[in-house]
Design a protein around this ligand. Structure first.
Ligand code: 5RP
Length: 240
């Protein structure tokens, strides 16, 4: 059903990427579950596979939305959740992917938990359609930065030297968007990022910044789905 020819080509590509990621999970694994429309497709396929093959997997979701979806599919969450130990793999989406496997994330507002889960995983499998690939991060997507709600306008002022434009994220009804951690997010337009690891370090030094959407050299591999249902894998853990 996911490869319905009537479906939008980008949706078909997302399903293909999610399907490709199934090759990196197995019975008995501890699996991190990403957030967003692509990750949700993987969670659905994993739920079906685990049920059909009676897999015993333990999952750690990166957002409350993903937790609800996983539970509804019968996937078992770590009994310690929201705490959790090391994971075998996390499968998650991305907003942008550069040729070195650096990412920006946080379009769905889950960047902080996504980073915790990615850093706790032996392998990070990124699933995306071709539209997510860019020459340099920051080219197509505003960088999300999670900030403390207290004195949020002061944090915005401290971020200005790096940014061309900063916008506090709001919900479609105009309320301030609040993350699962009770923080705010600012979406920042900036010049394309030449050194993602350096910018990440600099922004983390700003008082009020909790985390950034830059994921420098964290992805192990990227599965890029195509509208015809095929996918391509690029590995970032071994020399090209
Ligand atoms: C959520 C994320 C998502 O992975 C990212 O926004 C991609 O989402 P989608 O698969 O819907 O394009 O980082 O915080």
């Amino acid at each position: 059903m996911e490869f319905d020819p009537q479906m939008d080509p980008r949706e078909r590509a997302k399903w293909a990427a999610a399907q490709g990621a199934l090759d990196f999970v197995a019975d008995g694994m501890r699996i991190g579950l990403g957030t967003g429309s692509t990750a949700a497709k993987f969670v659905e396929l994993l739920g079906r596979k685990a049920q059909a093959e009676k897999w015993q997997v333990v999952c750690v979701p990166t957002s409350e939305a993903t937790a609800r979806q996983a539970r509804s599919l019968g996937l078992v969450l770590d009994s310690a959740y929201p705490d959790f130990g090391p994971l075998d793999v996390v499968v998650d989406g991305a907003d942008e992917i550069d040729p070195h496997g650096n990412l920006t994330k946080g379009g769905g507002g889950a960047l902080l938990r996504e980073k915790y889960v990615a850093l706790a995983s032996r392998k990070m499998v990124v699933i995306a359609d071709e539209g997510k690939h860019v020459a340099r991060l920051g080219e197509t997507f505003r960088l999300p930065v999670e900030i403390v709600a207290f004195a949020w306008s002061q944090t915005i002022e401290r971020l200005r030297p790096w940014m061309e434009e900063i916008e506090l994220r709001r919900t479609p009804t105009g309320e301030i968007f609040v993350t699962d951690q009770g923080n705010y997010i600012v979406d920042c337009r900036l010049a394309p990022i030449s050194d993602p690891a350096l910018l990440q370090r600099e922004l983390k030094g700003v008082t009020g910044v909790v985390e950034t959407g830059i994921f420098p050299a964290i992805a192990s591999l990227v599965v890029t789905g195509r509208p015809d249902g095929s996918w391509q894998i690029k590995n970032f853990t071994s020399p090209a």
